[in-house]
Design a protein around this ligand. Structure first.
Ligand code: FES
Length: 120
């Protein structure tokens, strides 16, 4: 049975498409500039704008490479800031105390769906 996704939501991927304890990125929505990233720990998923609060560059240093080697932090490729996976707080780096912008999402039959205008 196919899940109907309303036009005001954008499906990103299924939860199991994100490797456990890892993250993947998504391109900007049509007409948009800022992509998204989703990080998974078990059944817990968090979605953030793929934009560093320091100067707004994408976080990944190569496609889908967002996390530190120990998988504890989201790393900004530009200046190395470290962000908590759990809430996006910058714990070390030039934007310490700032946060990645979290994106609300709904799960529809295991599909991660964000507002269609997320990142616009
Ligand atoms: S742009 Fe991310 S730390 Fe500078």
């Amino acid at each position: 049975m196919q899940t109907l996704i309303p036009d005001d939501l954008r499906p990103l991927c299924r939860v199991e498409d994100i490797p456990d304890n890892d993250a993947i990125g998504f391109p900007a929505a049509p007409g948009g500039f800022t992509g998204l990233m989703a990080v998974r720990n078990g059944e817990t998923v968090r979605v953030y704008l793929n934009s560093c609060p320091h100067i707004g560059t994408p976080l990944d240093w190569t496609p889908n490479k967002f996390l530190s080697h120990d998988k504890k932090f989201i790393i900004c490729a530009t200046h190395g800031a470290e962000f908590a996976v759990t809430d996006g707080e910058c714990l070390r780096g030039p934007c310490r105390g700032d946060y990645l912008e979290a994106v609300a999402f709904e799960l529809r039959d295991g599909m991660i769906c964000v507002p269609a205008d997320a990142g616009l």
